[in-house]
Design a protein around this ligand. Structure first.
Ligand code: ZN
Ligand code: ZN
Length: 637
């Protein structure tokens, strides 16, 4: 505190009466002034704001006037204590007494207002500044980006350039995240190259993040490839870019390259890798990553990523194990568990977790409620589901979104209350979308209601004219009703639009290798052996009552995917391959691109029983746990 200037004391009490100590001035004349300063410094260091203010008052009384350093210490103290009122008093004091604050002090004050979320106050102060540095501008830009006021951030960025202030890497890493369109982003990128900041690792990683956010992975890779030496921050960005854009394969390849390049993964890397494993349902690799994570075992974000990975891989025991050991749990941890339990068929347990979460004092958010509704729908708990649905708004103040309506339509549909489901669709606050109609169509399939199915399918096709699966389903229904003209028309529409249903594809991880099976593709090296084994298995199953399900009326199977060829659907091949190559009693985990057909569903149930194994199949919508002759989905999917 050597910089304390000994200006003439104005003898003005520093703060409001609440903090003013009235020192006995006459008897304290002899007080050592450096002792006062020491006190002040110590209180600031201890973040003891009331005492620091009293010490500042005492200093004033003894003619020691505050300067920039003293003020900035006090502001830091206010920030640490979250003391908004005191912070404002410091500002008033800074601008009184004819004292002319240095630019850096005003920057500190602006930063304080930004951190207190008082953007208006920050802006007022900013406007009053006689001179603004790159720090002043960057603080404001960061503040607007953080408050998601992207246009405002851009406006400030442009003004800054007009005033001739040169942005630094912090400015760029803030403003990049505020890009509201790709054009903005490209212009900024050019600007960054012009001033030569493109080699800065933070700017580079921000560029990659933002290109990835826009789904512009090619550009992200270009930025990444320009990097000569490599830096962990940039590696993390590019791996995260692919993981977030659901390209887990590429993310994992990059992760391997990074390790070969000699970089040790940190928490951010491993979180991305976990996300990639989650997307690909790679339990083996995910578990390996988990081992690397043990040293960070109390990191909340990582633990949430682990929970999600185990839930999405259908391994609820592992998820529960992680969950139980977490010291800190937030609404995401609980919601992940509730949704994971619900999607994997453990409805009652999911609802129990919801009660426990509420008891722990956490407020549910819309994702939590989605998991709860899914659980109710799954277990056929119509009353409970409707109760939770209505309590969303009434109790928690959350407006139901399309997904919630979808769940409730599913719930009503599953219970056979199709009329009520239609009524709900008509009562919704917004126009029903394709997802809503698909939920109704699913119910129609199960309850064999062709009239309503035709209606729902037409609605879907109005909204999503490229949905090949729905065309096929509709044509199968018409064929069953012998409405051949309608069948022909649908076929023509599909031909005209070049629509084909994507072929079924199943992935399975065996001994750390991913095996892909595509319907109608015989490129797997063991395909002959697999087909022979499959026929043998089908023969055995027929012996215990398996009848291939060839009722396609309400299914979206087409031509060659029907009748004879259902026996070669990709999931059947994957199951047989797993039985051939994995040791007995292991859980078979399969991921599939399209919904499982009725025949494969029966096949999987009976195989699980006959071979004493568990088969977990994850399709784009739900999970099927086949065990001992039945499926966790309750035959509704
Ligand atoms: Zn099938
Ligand atoms: Zn199932």
């Amino acid at each position: 505190m050597k910089a304390i200037s000994k200006l003439k004391c104005t003898a003005r009490s520093f703060f409001s009466r609440r903090y003013t100590l009235t020192p006995n001035v006459s008897s304290s004349q002899a007080l050592n002034s450096s002792a006062l300063v020491d006190d002040f410094t110590r209180f600031c260091y201890q973040r003891d704001l009331p005492s620091a203010i009293r010490a500042m008052d005492a200093m004033q009384t003894h003619g020691l006037h505050a300067d920039s350093i003293t003020y900035s210490e006090l502001i830091k103290c206010c920030l640490a204590r979250g003391a908004v009122r005191e912070g404002k008093l410091v500002q008033n004091h800074v601008f009184s007494n004819g004292y002319e604050p240095k630019t850096f002090l005003i920057n500190i004050l602006i930063n304080m207002y930004v951190k207190f979320n008082l953007l208006e106050d920050a802006k007022t102060l900013f406007d009053k500044m006689p001179e603004r540095t790159v720090v002043s501008w960057t603080t404001m830009i960061w503040a607007y980006c953080n408050a998601k006021m992207n246009n405002k951030a851009f406006e400030f960025f442009v003004l800054m350039l007009r005033e001739g202030v040169r942005p630094n890497m912090y400015t760029y890493s803030s403003i990049l995240r505020a890009c509201v369109c790709l054009l903005n982003l490209r212009q900024l990128h050019c600007g960054i190259i012009k001033v030569g900041l493109d080699s800065d690792v933070f700017v580079r990683s921000a560029l990659i993040d933002v290109y990835a956010k826009w789904g512009e992975l090619r550009n992200a890779v270009c930025v990444f490839n320009e990097m000569a030496t490599g830096d962990l921050v940039v590696w993390n960005s590019i791996i995260g870019a692919f993981a977030q854009n659901s390209d887990g394969d590429e993310a994992l390849d990059l992760f391997k390259r990074m390790k070969r390049a000699g970089f040790a993964a940190d928490e951010a890397t491993l979180t991305s890798v976990l996300r990639a494993c989650t997307g690909l349902a790679l339990l083996e690799l995910g578990t390996q990553v988990h081992v690397h994570l043990l040293k960070y075992d109390q990191d909340l974000i990582l633990n949430n990523a682990l929970l999600d990975m185990y839930c999405k891989c259908g391994s609820l025991e592992d998820a529960q194990f992680i969950f139980d050991r977490m010291v800190e749990k937030d609404v995401i941890s609980w919601s992940t568990m509730i949704a994971g339990l619900a999607q994997n068929g453990y409805s009652q347990k999911a609802l129990k977790f919801f009660e426990l979460m509420k008891a722990s004092g956490l407020e549910p958010n819309y994702i939590t409620i989605l998991g709860v509704l899914f659980a109710c729908s799954h277990a056929g708990l119509v009353e409970d589901g409707l109760y939770y649905f209505h309590s969303m708004k009434n109790v928690y103040g959350i407006d139901p979104e399309k997904e919630h309506y979808g769940c409730i339509i599913d719930l009503l549909g599953r219970a056979g209350k199709l009329d009520q489901a239609v009524k709900l669709i008509n009562e919704m606050d917004y126009e029903p979308d394709a997802v809503t109609w698909r939920a109704l169509l699913g119910a129609c399939r199960v309850h064999q209601n062709t009239d309503l199915a035709v209606y729902a399918a037409k609605q879907i096709l109005n909204l999503d004219p490229q949905d090949a699966g729905t065309y096929i389903l509709l044509s199968n229904i018409y064929a069953n009703m012998q409405r051949w003209d309608d069948v022909a028309e649908i076929r023509k529409t599909m031909r005209d639009r070049g629509l084909r249903k994507e072929p079924g594809c199943s992935w399975i991880e065996v001994n750390k290798h991913i095996h892909t099976f595509i319907f109608g593709d015989s490129s797997h090296p063991n395909i002959d052996e697999i087909n022979r084994e499959l026929n043998r298995l089908i023969h055995k199953l027929v012996g215990v009552g398996y009848v291939p399900d060839t009722n396609f009326v309400l299914q979206d199977l087409e031509g060659e995917q029907k009748e004879d060829s259902i026996r070669y659907h990709s999931e059947k091949l994957a199951i047989v391959f797993a039985l051939m190559s994995m040791s007995k009693g292991m859980t078979i985990r399969i991921r599939k691109n399209i919904r499982i057909c009725g025949d494969c569903h029966i096949f999987a149930k009976l195989t699980a029983k006959m071979e004493h194994c568990t088969i977990v199949l994850r399709d784009p919508i739900r999970y099927h746990h086949f065990r001992d002759g039945s499926c966790s989905c309750g035959d509704y999917w």
